[in-house]
Design a protein around this ligand. Structure first.
Ligand SMILES: O=C(CO)COP(=O)(O)O
Ligand SMILES: [Zn+2]
Length: 214
């Protein structure tokens, strides 16, 4: 995909996420792999609702900032995803309300923070690791992600928000939408006795769509 199309797509999806209330103010950030092995990254301190395609941060394949404004302060976290999941083509981080709420509940399983309630949660999100709280921009967040060895495509930062990596930007946005909707369902259903999918039902989905879920 051309650099200019990637820039347009980033602005389109960022505005779409912002307009749907999935992240507010100047929260959240996005990065996308370019065809030369570099990255296009949202600048720090900007609203995802008002990105300018001509004002994105650009990195080369060696990870050097080559032009555009200063990148998101979560660059170490984004880089850690690309390092550990070599087929990742995009990373999206938001402060979406229901996921943030779930990250604080004592019953949230740190190994499986977004329960497998629906087939699409299993297909698009998989198991989500809950990482501890870090101050935004702390490079220790990247070390915690590296500790997962690339086994998870999505993580939930405690008291902060979700981060998703996928093969391209559209897939990362779709996975993020599914993650947030599943977190919303989990909160709505709290205390009702509603059942997540059983192990054998998850296995059917994993088998049919040839997923990797360990
Ligand atoms: O969500 C954010 C920090 O976690 C937003 O930070 P940036 O504006 O630096 O991208
Ligand atoms: Zn954040």
């Amino acid at each position: 995909m051309s650099d200019s199309k990637l820039r347009e797509d980033m602005c389109f999806w960022a505005a779409s996420l912002f307009d749907r209330g999935l992240t507010g103010g100047a929260s959240g950030n996005i990065s996308v792999r370019t065809s030369d092995g570099g990255l296009l990254v949202t600048p720090t301190g900007v609203s995802l609702g008002r990105l300018d395609p001509a004002a994105l941060s650009r990195f080369d394949a060696q990870g050097q900032h080559i032009d555009g404004p200063a990148p998101t302060k979560e660059m170490p976290l984004h880089s850690a995803f690309y390092e550990t999941r070599t087929n990742a083509g995009a990373v999206v981080h938001l402060h979406s309300t229901h996921s943030v709420a779930l990250s604080m509940l004592p019953e949230t399983d740190p190994e499986d923070a977004i329960p497998p309630l629906t087939a699409y949660a299993v297909m698009r999100v998989g198991k989500v690791a809950l990482l501890p709280f870090f101050v935004p921009g702390d490079p220790a967040m990247a070390d915690a992600l590296r500790g997962l060895g690339g086994r998870r495509s999505a993580v939930l930062l405690a008291n902060h928000g979700p981060v998703v990596a996928s093969k391209d930007l559209e897939a990362a946005v779709f996975a993020m939408e599914e993650l947030e909707e599943t977190a919303k369902l989990a909160l709505l259903l709290r205390g009702t006795g509603a059942q997540p999918l059983r192990g054998d039902q998850i296995a059917q989905v994993v088998d049919k769509f040839k997923l990797d879920r360990d």
